[in-house]
Design a protein around this ligand. Structure first.
Ligand code: AMP
Ligand code: GLY
Length: 430
């Protein structure tokens, strides 16, 4: 199989590394990729959101499968353009990508599919936002209704700050979703679908806030780990039954079947599982940890999903170790990341056993060395026979890497390692 991967983040680097382990994959290309991806496979200077450019490239390369990594090309309809040109694509149509691109669309589908989620109101102006904030009370949750790379959400005790975020969204001529605050640990579960059938990956936990102990602004995600020992054994089955299968069936009924990866962002609350959000692609940085443990060949799996052939796929196989990834972000991330900082120590970090350094915002500087080109720069993956071992590997490696002003969290997986994540009433339905 010959595959083209679209995107330039740590998620795409992780996907490429997993594809390289699949004996049925002979050749991999990436567009546009990054400096780390360019060390592994040929990269092409075509923007992932450029429907014409990616279609021409895929045709010229003669690939069997195109895998679309990020949400922006999916929301822009790149998968539709590729399919119209006769290509096989892993990634939902623009119509199905609305599950991520519009929070209010996702709420409609969940209501139709009877999927448990936070109560919410879509608001078009300040008066409606004020009334919704007062109806739900603090902590306040205000979400930009459109795509915002995980940064469009404000969760705050401060009513003025909540209203300020709503005003900013209205000023950008958007709408906002104001919703009930969900209390409980968050879990990301990725479900691969061919439009009808569905296969889950393993749950992971992401760390969305910039600072230790969940302080500071929301980001795209600062680290992740898997597996989650604190979840009940039937957690994945429950999510498949209560969330993934009903949503996939409802999307098919609506005439917009969902084929690709359905990212279920969940809160495990006292009242049971609640959906926080859907994404229509693999999560970043959860994928870097999850795929590190996948034994089932990824290329074949995604090809089966892209061609409607998941019915025969059995449960996926996983290594029985733990994986933790820690994101190294540039100075100023998420507001205004500083570009051009010199990165050193990656080779030393990678020389450690059970460590992989995946690239996100990296490029090549004038002297041929690595420089930062984006907010999240690297994801450093550590593996171990337990969570403590995986964490210490990841952090040993992070400590060998330098980038002036860089930021990373020191507590990825720490509460789980200490056994301090508590679940009141998980699995109970309400
Ligand atoms: P989203 O973009 O919807 O994933 O939101 C980003 C982050 O904001 C989530 O990962 C949560 O940490 C937080 N968040 C979003 N919605 C809620 C909610 N209803 N209750 C509590 N936290 C939320
Ligand atoms: N890790 C959050 C996301 O991929 O949206």
């Amino acid at each position: 199989m010959k595959i083209l991967v679209l995107g330039s983040g740590g998620r795409e680097h992780a996907i490429i590394r997993a594809l390289q382990r699949d004996p049925s994959v002979q050749e991999i290309h990436a567009a546009p990729g990054n400096a780390g991806i360019a060390r592994d496979v040929p990269v092409h200077d075509v923007d992932a959101t450029d429907a014409t450019g990616t279609t021409v490239l895929a045709g010229e390369l003669g690939v069997d499968l195109v895998i679309i990594g990020p949400e922006a090309p999916l929301a822009a309809g790149v998968s539709d353009a590729l399919r119209r040109a006769g290509l096989t694509v892993f990634g939902p149509t623009k119509a199905a990508a609305e599950l991520e691109a519009s929070k209010s669309f996702a709420k409609d589908v969940m209501a139709q599919a009877d999927v448990p989620t936070a109560d919410a109101r879509t608001c078009a102006n300040r008066r409606e936002a004020e009334s919704a904030l007062d109806a739900f009370g603090a902590p306040y949750v205000v979400k930009d209704d459109g795509l915002a790379a995980g940064k469009g959400v404000v969760v705050t005790q401060d009513r003025d700050q909540a209203l300020g975020h709503a005003d900013a969204c209205f000023a950008a001529s958007g709408t906002v979703v104001v919703e009930e605050f969900l209390e409980g640990p968050e879990v990301s579960l990725f479900v691969i679908s061919d439009g009808t059938n569905a296969v889950p990956l393993v749950p992971a936990q992401d760390f969305k806030r910039l600072g230790d102990q969940d302080t500071g602004p929301n980001t795209g995600g600062m680290g992740a780990y898997t597996p989650l020992d604190w979840l009940p054994e039937d957690f994945t089955d429950e999510v498949m039954e209560q969330v993934a299968r009903p949503v996939i069936a409802t999307m098919a009924d609506r005439g917009t079947p969902f084929a690709g990866v359905l990212y279920c962002g969940l809160a495990v609350t006292e009242r049971g599982i609640r959906v926080i959000e859907f994404n229509v692609r693999f999560g970043d940085p959860e994928t870097q940890a999850v795929l590190a443990r996948l034994r089932t060949p990824l290329g074949r799996l995604l090809m089966d999903a892209a061609t409607g052939c998941l019915a025969g796929v059995k449960a996926l196989e996983w290594s029985d170790d733990y994986a933790v990834d820690v994101v190294v972000a540039a100075e100023g991330y998420p507001q205004s990341p500083r570009k051009g900082g010199v990165i050193a120590g990656v080779a030393e970090a990678e020389a450690l056993e059970n460590v992989t350094v995946l690239h996100a915002g990296t490029g090549t500087g004038p002297d041929g060395g690595l420089v930062a080109t984006g907010g999240r720069v690297l994801a450093v993956v550590g593996r171990g026979k337990d969570l403590a071992g995986a964490r210490s590997r990841a952090y040993e490696a992070v400590d060998l890497i330098t980038l002036p002003g860089s930021q990373h969290r020191t507590d990825i997986g720490l509460l789980a390692e200490r056994g301090e994540i508590s679940l009141a009433g998980v699995g109970e339905r309400s």
